[in-house]
Design a protein around this ligand. Structure first.
Ligand code: ADE
Length: 256
C-alpha cells in the first residue's frame, strides 16, 4: 500500500505515521508514505495557497491550482488515476467495511483541507471519495487522514503480526469485542470469570460470543441489525432489552 497525502503540514503526517505499528510497517516496506506539501506548488511570491471566497463570507479558501499541481505530481507516478479521498465533515462516515475495501488499493491519495475549505472546481476534478470520520468538526483534514490510514493499514497483509491479527475484534461480524483479562487472577477483589480459567475452549468461545452480543445490545444496538444472529440469540437480545427497560423504569420510579 502506498499512501500519498496532500497537506500544508507534512511533518504532522510524517511524525504521526512513523510511530508505533504504522512506523514499523513503513520501515519493513509493507507501506510507503509520501507527504506532499501543497505550498511547494504555489508559484507566487509568498507561496500563498489561500484566497477570499467569491460572494463573501467568513474565512479563506484553499485555491484550486496549487492543490491540482500537487495532486498531479502524484498522479503522474501512479499506474492509473489514483483513488483520491477528500476529508470533510460532509462526506460519507468512515467505517471498518470502508477500511477493508480501501486496503485493496495499491495507491491512496488523501487531500487534507484547511481554512474554510477548498475551491469546488478542483474537488470535482480529482476527488473520488468524500469521507468524514464522524459528526464533529476538526481544524483540518490531517487527523482524519491519519485515522483512516491507521485503520486501513491494519487490513494490509503483513502490517499486523499473527498475534495482533484483526480477525476477532470489534466490528468483526458487526459485534463489539468481548471483555478480556490478564494476570493476576484477582485484582481489587474482582475475579477473572471462571469459564476463562477452565481451559474448555468451546465454553470460552460460547461465553465470548454471548458477551459480544450483550455489549453490542447495550452500547451499539444500531449495529445488531447487520450482525448475523441466530433466532435464539435474537430472543436473548430481546430479553436483555426488556430487562434493562424494566430496570430503568424501576430506577425512575425510585427517583419519583
Ligand atoms: N475535516 C474537519 N472535520 C472533519 C471530519 N469530522 N471528518 C473528516 N474531515 C474533517
Amino acid at each position: 500500500m502506498n499512501f500519498h497525502v496532500l497537506t500544508l503540514f507534512p511533518e504532522m503526517i510524517e511524525n504521526g505515521m512513523n510511530t508505533s505499528i504504522t512506523g514499523r510497517a513503513i520501515k519493513n516496506e509493507y507501506l510507503t508514505l509520501e507527504a506532499v506539501n501543497i505550498r511547494d506548488f504555489a508559484f507566487n511570491k509568498h507561496q500563498k495557497v489561500d484566497d477570499y471566497p467569491y460572494g463573501g463570507g467568513a474565512g479563506m479558501l484553499m485555491q484550486a491550482e496549487p492543490v491540482y499541481l500537487a495532486w498531479e505530481s502524484i498522479a503522474k507516478k501512479t499506474k492509473k488515476k489514483p483513488r483520491t479521498v477528500f476529508l470533510t465533515p460532509q462526506g460519507k462516515v468512515f467505517n471498518q467495511a470502508m477500511a477493508k475495501e480501501m486496503a485493496q488499493e495499491e495507491d491512496l491519495v488523501f487531500l487534507c483541507g484547511h481554512y474554510e475549505g477548498i475551491d469546488e472546481r478542483v474537488l470535482e476534478e480529482i476527488v473520488t471519495d468524500f469521507v468524514s470520520i464522524g459528526d464533529y468538526v476538526l481544524t483540518g483534514g490531517e487527523l482524519p487522514a491519519m485515522v483512516m490510514m491507521d485503520s486501513i493499514s491494519r487490513m494490509v497483509p503483513g502490517v499486523l503480526s499473527n498475534q495482533e491479527s484483526g480477525e476477532t475484534e470489534s466490528f468483526a461480524g458487526n459485534l463489539l469485542e468481548y471483555p478480556q483479562y490478564s494476570r493476576p487472577e484477582e485484582w481489587h477483589e474482582k475475579k477473572v470469570p471462571e469459564v476463562l480459567m477452565s481451559g474448555h475452549h468451546a465454553n470460552v468461545a460460547k461465553w465470548r460470543r454471548e458477551q459480544s452480543i450483550v455489549r453490542t445490545a447495550k452500547w451499539r444496538p444500531d449495529l445488531l441489525k447487520k450482525a448475523d444472529l441466530t433466532n435464539k440469540e435474537w430472543n436473548y437480545v430481546r430479553q436483555l432489552w426488556k430487562q434493562w427497560k424494566e430496570e430503568e423504569s424501576g430506577k425512575e420510579e425510585k427517583r419519583g
